[in-house]
Design a binder for this molecule. Structure first.
Ligand SMILES: [Cu+2]
Length: 242
């Protein structure tokens, strides 16, 4: 004989009820974390700046006597811009709980590698020297110095926490043709354009967002974008010609 009160407390209806409740919450969680993706291309059809030529005055035996610096890389067919950083403008919704990692900026063959380093706030920036000569890494946010260090031959890497989001310029005080940029974001929704100017940002929370585009020579643009719950949004962003 079934006791009615114990059936209500422990009966199979409860298993079914909580299973369905679990499904509801699980499904809801999935829809929050899996947004759509933004795929696109950054283009520029204007006149290109001349390649800058530097005469090397120091460490010529290793760096050579001449070095060039090209401020913009363009795909000749599609006019796609390489090395543009495309990111969703930060909102509290976009922050995540990723653990800090190490981002490496290398001094190699009298160059900074990578030329554009995209990284995350709270990550550790590690600066290394792979060359048999002395380099110096001077990183500034606007006019304010973030770090200014000499990198001796075979020296230990130098590590420093990135605490703020934004763009920083990297220079070597010993070799003025050495330049790079560091972009720190406080969320994971960013992408650097490839040699064809293409980028993709995945799993963006659905809704209306602002897309920030930065390029070292072309400057900064902001464009609106709507991200669907699932699937892709495709966008072409053109830097205006002066
Ligand atoms: Cu240097």
């Amino acid at each position: 004989m079934i006791n009615v009160s114990s059936y209500l407390l422990f009966g199979p209806w409860k298993v079914v009820f909580f299973y369905c409740l679990g499904c509801l919450f699980f499904g809801f969680g999935l829809s929050l974390s899996h947004g759509g993706s933004i795929a696109g291309q950054v283009i520029y059809k204007g006149t290109l700046p001349q390649t800058i030529e530097y005469k090397v005055t120091r460490d010529q035996e290793f760096c050579g006597t001449k070095r060039t610096y090209t401020p913009i890389g363009i795909d000749p067919t599609s006019k796609g811009v390489q090395g543009a950083a495309v990111s969703i403008r930060s909102t509290p919704l976009l922050k995540d709980s990723r653990q800090p990692q190490t981002s490496i900026l290398m001094n190699q063959n009298c160059m900074f590698l990578p030329h554009i380093l995209t990284t995350r706030v709270k990550d550790i920036l590690e600066i290394r020297n792979n060359d048999p000569i002395l380099h110096n890494t001077h990183i500034r946010r606007g006019k304010k110095t973030f770090i200014n260090v000499a990198l001796v031959v075979d020296g230990l890497p130098i590590r420093k926490h990135l605490k703020k989001s934004g763009v920083m310029k990297v220079e070597c005080n010993a070799h003025k043709f050495m330049q790079a940029y560091i972009l720190a974001f406080d969320h994971p929704f960013y992408s650097l354009t490839n040699p064809s100017g293409n980028f993709q940002i995945s799993e963006v929370p659905p809704g209306q967002h602002k897309l920030d585009v930065w390029h070292e020579f072309l400057g900064h643009l902001t464009v609106p974008v709507e991200v669907p719950t699932k699937g892709n949004t495709s966008i072409t962003i053109e830097f205006p010609t002066p």
